[in-house]
Every structure is written in C-alpha cells, then in structure tokens.
Ligand binder design. Structure first.
Ligand code: GLV
Ligand code: GLV
Length: 326
C-alpha cells in the first residue's frame, strides 16, 4: 500500500476540514495554543507533502526549504495570501491555494457592522451605559453621522467590495469605487460609479477598503490621502492592516482630518498602535472578517479540498499560482 501523504495543519481548524484531510492523508494538527513559533514550524514541516497554513503563519523560503522536496502544496486558510512567498513557491513548483468566495458575505457583513458602529457610536454608547453614566435621553448625547443617504467610497471592487455595494443599496447610499482596473460590466448592476482614488477620498462620507495587500497597495492610504478625506468622514478597514499607514491614521484622528475609523486589521498584528487604543472615535475588532461559524466551516472544507486535490495530482480550483499547474 502506498504511504499516505503527510500534511501539517498549523493550528486547529473546524472538523469539517480535518475530516476531509484525514481520509487520504496522515495529518498532524498542531495543538500549540497560538501562532506556531518559527522554530516549531521549521521542525514540523520536515518531509511533509502539504501544509495547511493560516494567515498568521509567514510561509517563506526557509519554511519551504525546511520542508524539502516532498512539499507540493500550501493551502492557505484565508482568501488573502500575502503571508506566503508566492514567487518562491512557484519557483519550486509548489501549488498555493486560498479560500475565495465563501467568506465574501461574512466579511462584508463585518465591514458593514463596523461602518454602522463607528457612525452611530455603538461601542462608545455601550461603554457609557455599562459605566453607569446613562441619566436618560439627552438632546446632544453621543451624536453621530447618518449612514442612510451618505456616499460610500469602496476601494477595490472585487467580490467583497461588490458585496458592500449591494448592502449600501438598502441604505440609499451613493456608491463610488476605485479599482486598479475599471469594472465596467458591474457598474450598472451594482449602481456604482468609478472614481480615481483622490476624487473618491474627497467625496466619500465612508471609505471602505477591500483590496489585497501587495507591494503596490502597501500604505495606499497615508498622510496625503487622509488629508484629502472629508473632515466628517470615516475610514473602514477589513482588508489588511499595512494598506493603511497607521501612524498617519493616528495623526488624522487626533488632529481631526477625519471623524473616525473602524479597523478589523492592523499593521503589526496582534500589536496595536498604542495611541489608537486611547482614541474614542475608533472601533477596533480582532481580525474577525470571516469569523462566522458557517463561513469558517466552509473555509475549512475548501482549504482541505484544495490540498487533497493538489496531492492527488489535480489542479485545485482555487490555485493562486496557476503557472505551477502547467
Ligand atoms: C482573512 O483576512 C482572509 O484573508 O481570509
Ligand atoms: C475576495 O473574496 C475578493 O476578491 O474581494
């Protein structure tokens, strides 16, 4: 009997995925309670055929080297794959896969929750009540901005950006978007208008980011961009932290260039710019975009299927580096 391929899962994911892997693979699931430390991952990958990685694992040349010749696939349990050195994987003929689509609506839901929360000061209100400060209705208590009828600027009209645009319709918002390539065929269906980035920033009441992190999008939103935004506007980021220059954002909030921000992702996760923690006009969540029970289970199934197909010599449907399949 053929030996079963060996797979390392860097942290426990929902059972639905592990069950699929266990049918054909010899699976090691790390039971380390946290992001697997570098020295442990370097040790554990030795000789494996596949790695099921998380966005918190940096999978670089050294890890691929440590794994050795057998490594054929790295299946990332995320839609974003900026944690993996794709060029290096491609050079070595290693397939890299991700989990697009299944988390689109959950991530847009969270972005929407953040937008509503920061505009209507939900978190500040909650804290206020818990601290026993509520003395009854007040004419000027915790006023915020209307979401209904406002202008939403979407940066990145991919799947998640489009899901945001659909939500905005229910609130009668004007929706403008910026994307590397104009997405003409979606404009009519979604009721969105293309805008160059500076114009989008100048016109939006809410700016929401939905692009991947790449060398081109690193610090896409910095001092210059924040200064173009309206004084009463808000920035929402559920994509990747380093797309926003966090230090510039702190200045923007402290000096009132914009009114507030809601962030699910940070430049140096899990570290947070200390000054952000001091600011009340900011809502912070711990990278929860895809964190619904149903979506995390679907991601587990998708990541496991991608990995199994690759090990069976087929081209997985969510292959990131298509060159390798040739
Ligand atoms: C989450 O951030 C993901 O990329 O799946
Ligand atoms: C992710 O699913 C995206 O393309 O927006």
């Amino acid at each position: 009997m053929d030996k079963k391929p060996r797979v390392l899962v860097t942290r426990r994911i929902p059972e639905e995925g592990l069950n699929i892997l266990e049918e054909i693979c010899q699976v090691e699931v790390s039971d380390y309670d946290g992001v697997l430390p570098r020295e442990i991952i370097l040790e554990k990958v030795k000789g494996v055929d596949g790695i099921l990685s998380l966005l918190t694992d940096r999978i670089d040349r050294d890890i691929m080297e440590a794994a050795g010749q057998n490594l054929r696939v790295i299946s990332n349990y995320a839609v974003g794959y900026d944690n993996i050195d794709i060029e290096e994987a491609t050079r070595r003929g290693i397939m890299v896969t991700n989990t697009p689509g299944v988390l689109t609506e959950s991530t847009a839901d969270l972005a929407w929750a953040l937008l509503m929360a920061v505009a209507r000061r939900v978190v500040e209100g909650d804290k206020f009540v818990r601290e026993g400060k509520f003395r009854g209705w007040e004419p000027l208590l915790l006023l915020g901005n209307d979401v209904w009828g406002a202008t939403l600027g979407i940066i990145g009209l991919g799947r998640i950006g489009q899901a945001m645009a659909r939500r905005a319709r229910g609130f009668d918002m004007r929706v403008i978007y910026f994307n590397r390539r104009r997405v003409k065929d979606k404009e009519k269906e979604l009721g969105v208008v293309y805008c160059p980035l500076p114009e989008l920033l100048a016109q939006s009441d809410f700016v929401s980011i939905h692009i991947p992190l790449t060398p081109e999008t690193y610090h896409l939103i910095g001092e210059k961009e924040l200064k173009i935004m309206k004084k009463e506007s808000y920035l929402i980021n559920t994509a990747r932290g380093p797309i926003v220059d966090e230090k510039a954002l702190v200045r923007a909030l402290k000096e009132g260039w914009i009114r507030g921000a809601a962030l699910d992702v940070f430049e140096q996760e899990p570290q947070i710019e200390p000054e952000l923690l001091e600011l009340t006009q900011v809502v912070l969540t711990p990278h929860l975009g895809s964190a619904s029970y149903a979506t995390r289970a679907k991601m587990a199934v998708m990541a496991a299927r991608n990995l199994v197909l690759a090990l069976q010599g087929e081209t997985p449907p969510h292959l990131v580096n298509a060159e390798v399949a040739k």
